[in-house]
Design a binder for this molecule. Structure first.
Ligand code: BG6
Length: 487
């Protein structure tokens, strides 16, 4: 496969919170990889800004360590690492006070390429967004062409999300705000759109008339990974369902946009969220993992013996629109499940009549979009089992593993690589708009409020299992089975 890398304009990317975990694990490695692929123009700079009293050399050493730890083999190329680090600067700033902001302004004035794009990545908690935005404006760091990147959580309910959006809107136009949902940067997630709208094959069948149901599973084997305090306040509904799973649902269910451009795509996604019916309490299962197989329990992990926060959610929902009336969507996600496995399965209906009689059994086409760990798409088709003995039917996969089909050079960039470059390009297609975020909270809020009002206690499930039995039962009651993720 020919790798096509289109260089982006020169930029100054300021990572506010540049010494934090997200910067080390994701932002720095992503930028380094794009640098190595030749996409980053020569005069571009990465400027770390945080409270720690680093000088430039100290921060460069920090960046080098982060790359060694998180950028994989590519960071073994010492020469590339040295060249990348030469583009790195650092300014110590105080997000709550005035210290350092003028130094940042001076640094950005000096040495920037003419017309360089200015992007500010708020890699800090949302409690600081407003103060930072205000400082950027007061110290003359931004203009109409500047961009800001913010990370989830965008609030913890509709009211707080509205407040955050309003705070940002005081300083920036919506066209300057890039809200990252890193699931939208995943290669296979974008492929969903390519498969749906680049082929004639699927779209005519993509509706309630031909599709029995759709399942979305995002299973993780990891636990709360040192984020116990945050997680116990958030829970799976806020951490995963309100954003990542809803975004996947939107891409699967939306109408074809007129163009692949930011507002056309986001308008269609918004319509999906607004068409979602409320979820009935008996159509949702919350779970919390218990100690098993050498793993601690959720309560031990978060240090809260009485926690009622969920680490697992499975739910059934419906879209109230012409295309999907009668086709349920099942969503499932959780931590400490048997393995990491994220996939979307579109289960088509039975043929209207079986000419092979009841003994041929039930066969349905399934389209499986595997998001991780191995990216690929499989279409299950029914064929005749080879050999004599009558018409015995069997389901076989028409398999398309991207790595196999496109060869080993099919390099699958990390979601952050794609998204950061999109910020520089000024392309908001894969970022969430204010109204999308608010609509998603408007759907999620009553579910969470219902749990709180009822004092709901999540169902226990063994760590490294497939989740609570009730999630299985919910499917079985409908005569269906979850795909993937066995005990
Ligand atoms: C994050 C959540 O947004 O996504 C984490 O806060 C979760 O709890 C992570 O582990 C999953 O992302 P990925 O890319 O590893 O599937």
């Amino acid at each position: 496969m020919v790798s096509r890398t289109i260089p982006v304009d020169s930029f100054d990317l300021v990572v506010i919170g540049g010494t934090g975990d997200l910067a080390r694990r994701k932002i720095l490695p992503a930028l380094f990889k794009r640098f190595c692929s030749g996409q980053v123009a020569g005069e571009s700079r990465l400027i770390g800004a945080a409270r720690r009293a680093f000088d430039t050399d100290g921060y460069r050493a920090f960046v080098r360590d982060a790359l060694r730890e998180f950028a994989g083999e590519i960071a073994l190329d010492e020469d590339a690492v040295a060249k990348f680090c030469a583009t790195v600067d650092y300014v110590a700033i105080d997000a709550r006070g005035d210290n350092g902001w003028q130094d940042l302004a001076d640094l950005m004035e000096a040495g920037a390429a003419p017309d360089a794009v200015r992007a500010f990545y708020f890699s800090v908690g949302p409690g600081l967004f407003s103060e930072i935005a205000q400082k950027l404006q007061r110290f003359g760091l931004t203009n109409e062409a500047s961009r800001v990147v913010v990370e989830k959580p965008f609030g913890r309910d509709l009211d707080s999300a509205r407040a955050l959006n309003a705070q940002l809107a005081q300083y920036f136009d919506e066209s300057q705000i890039y809200r990252i949902d890193h699931y939208l940067g995943k290669e296979t997630v974008q492929n969903l759109m390519a498969v749906r709208f680049g082929n004639m094959l699927f779209e005519p069948l993509w509706n309630a008339q031909y599709i029995d149901h759709i399942q979305i599973t995002v299973a993780e084997s990891v636990g709360v990974e040192g984020r116990g305090e945050f997680y116990d306040r958030a829970g799976t509904m806020r951490d995963m369902v309100q954003n990542h799973l809803m975004q996947l649902l939107c891409l699967i269910a939306m109408e074809p946009p007129a163009h692949f451009d930011p507002d056309a795509v986001r308008d269609e996604k918004l319509k999906v969220i607004r068409a979602l019916d409320g979820v009935q309490p008996h159509h949702i299962v919350r779970g919390q993992y218990t100690a098993s197989d050498g793993a601690l329990s959720y309560r031990e992990d978060v240090g809260n013996e009485r926690s009622k926060t969920e680490s697992f959610v499975a739910l059934k929902c419906h879209l109230n629109n012409w295309r999907w009336a009668g086709t349920p969507f099942y969503l499932r996600t959780g931590k400490r499940l048997s393995h990491r496995d994220s996939e979307i399965t579109v289960v088509f209906k039975d043929t209207p009549h079986s000419i092979f009689g009841p003994e041929a059994g039930r066969h349905r086409n399934e389209l499986t979009i595997q998001l991780q760990p191995n990216e690929g798409i499989t279409l299950g088709v029914t064929i005749k089992e080879p050999g004599p003995g009558g018409m015995r039917l069997v389901d076989v996969p028409l398999d398309m593993s991207f790595a196999e089909a496109l060869g080993p050079s099919a390099d699958t960039p990390d979601a952050y690589e794609r998204l950061i470059m999109d910020v520089i390009r000024g392309n908001q297609t894969l970022f969430m708009r204010n109204d999308e975020v608010e609509a998603a909270w408007a759907w999620t809020d009553p579910i969470i409020r219902g749990w709180e009002a009822r004092g709901d206690v999540p169902k226990p499930y063994d760590a490294y299992s497939a989740g609570p039995d009730d999630a299985m039962l919910m499917m079985r009651r409908d005569g269906r089975e979850w795909k993937g993720l066995s005990k």
